[in-house]
Design a protein around this ligand. Structure first.
Ligand SMILES: *Cc1c(COP(=O)(O)O)cnc(C)c1O
Length: 392
């Protein structure tokens, strides 16, 4: 006998998805209307204009791809790269590796600028790669590497790309809403993001934006985009056609209600205020972790407030800790990936989940579990240390 699914009530403090705001869940449950309904066209226009405001861009080609962040990534590479073209890929974690795989599958040639996991991309090495590869047409970089919690200097990398006549491609899936991001000021040519990280919307959509230089590159393609679904020439006719809009695919209507509400919430708070809020709660979490005797594995200058990579104490099985947090505290945190597996946890403070209650809750839960496991951490210090940050 199969029954209606009722998910457990978790607190999501991993690498995504993050806790979805009740306002967003409520928007999701409103009645479905036709995707060519005039009322829906109005909603699409508002989503586009909210995205432009919040990404600090006037790019006309700004829209949510009807699929998760990974599809946003693929949209950017499928449309911009033609076989034989060279792309400089900055790689300091899992997602840089995926960008490389995308370019190779499009028939492109990758020049990798590799950095140790947990560090920011070295901008001097990007400059060297640009100088050594005048044939490169683009530089791609992950702003917030969710696999490690390192933030790279996208502003400088995009500036270098422009200086060398290259397009800049930015993965902003985890950075959007959590740290400063300004598409036009920073001269970013193509950017994709996601809904389930610092926007605290349901997973499954990927806002993208393209500069006029990027649009020109797409228009000048010698051969059609290999993917029919992700071909922006077709998607554009759907998103920009207004009442003349022709059918391309059926938009995920209710998910777009949710995205609209999530963007509205970010606009009401103000992006700058949201960046400050992430920094504040990161500071409190860090103070608590350090008071307990734990440490972060990313150097202070490169730390992302929304993704904290915490070193696992010597002799502790990190998977047991995560299981106890989930079973006893209904709290989800993330594991380490690749060579960091078993050695770190990834604690997210994203969007709606980035608040004082969650910081204190996570510290209390982690302390309780680690004390019971005889890990040698200091009990009773984390909460006062975090509270001291809040009380300034
Ligand atoms: C989560 C994430 C993605 C992929 O997004 P999905 O919605 O999981 O497809 C891409 N890049 C980064 C940096 C991410 O954190």
């Amino acid at each position: 006998m199969t029954n209606t699914f009722h998910p457990p009530q978790r607190t999501l403090m991993g690498p995504g998805p993050s806790d979805v705001s009740p306002r967003v869940l409520s928007a999701l449950s409103r009645p479905t209307i036709g995707h060519l309904d005039p009322a829906f066209i109005g909603l699409m226009d508002e989503i586009k204009s909210l995205l432009q405001d919040l990404l600090f861009t006037s790019n006309p080609l700004t829209l949510p791809v009807s699929a998760p962040g990974s599809a946003g990534m693929e949209t950017v590479f499928a449309n911009l790269i033609e076989p034989g073209e060279t792309v400089i890929i900055c790689q300091n974690g899992v997602f840089g590796g995926r960008m490389k795989e995308n370019v190779e599958r499009m028939g492109g040639v990758c020049v990798a600028v590799e950095e140790e996991w947990g560090k920011a991309v070295d901008t001097a090495q990007v400059a060297e790669a640009l100088a050594a590869h005048p044939e490169a047409i683009a530089v791609a970089v992950v702003h917030a590497e969710t696999s490690t919690g390192a933030c790279s200097d996208v502003k400088e990398i995009a500036r270098l790309a422009r200086q060398h006549g290259c397009l800049s491609i930015v993965d902003a899936v985890t950075s959007f809403g959590g740290v400063e991001l300004r598409v036009d000021d920073w001269q970013i040519d193509a950017l994709y993001t996601g809904t389930q990280k610092c926007l605290s919307c349901v997973p499954g959509l990927s806002p993208v934006t393209f500069s006029s230089r990027a649009v020109e590159k797409i228009r000048e393609r010698r051969r059609p985009v290999q993917s029919w679904f992700l071909d922006l020439n077709l998607v554009m006719a759907y998103w920009e056609g207004g009442v003349q809009r022709s059918y391309h695919h059926t938009a995920p209507v209710n998910s777009l209600y949710a995205l609209h509400e999530a963007l509205l919430i970010l606009q009401e708070e103000g992006p700058e205020k949201a960046w400050q809020r992430h920094a504040l709660h990161h500071g409190a979490l860090l103070a608590g972790l350090e008071a307990m005797g734990l440490s972060l594995a990313v150097a202070p200058a490169a730390r992302l407030p929304q993704l904290n990579m915490v070193r696992v104490p010597e002799g502790i099985d990190e998977a047991v800790v995560r299981k106890l947090l989930l079973d006893d505290w209904q709290l989800e945190i993330g594991a380490g990936l690749g060579s960091l597996a078993g050695r770190v946890w990834r604690v997210g403070l994203m969007g709606h989940a980035c608040n004082r209650r969650n910081v204190l809750y996570c510290l209390a839960a982690l302390e309780s579990v680690l004390v019971a496991m005889d890990s040698g951490i200091h009990a009773g210090r984390a909460i006062p240390a975090a509270r001291a940050v809040y009380e300034g």
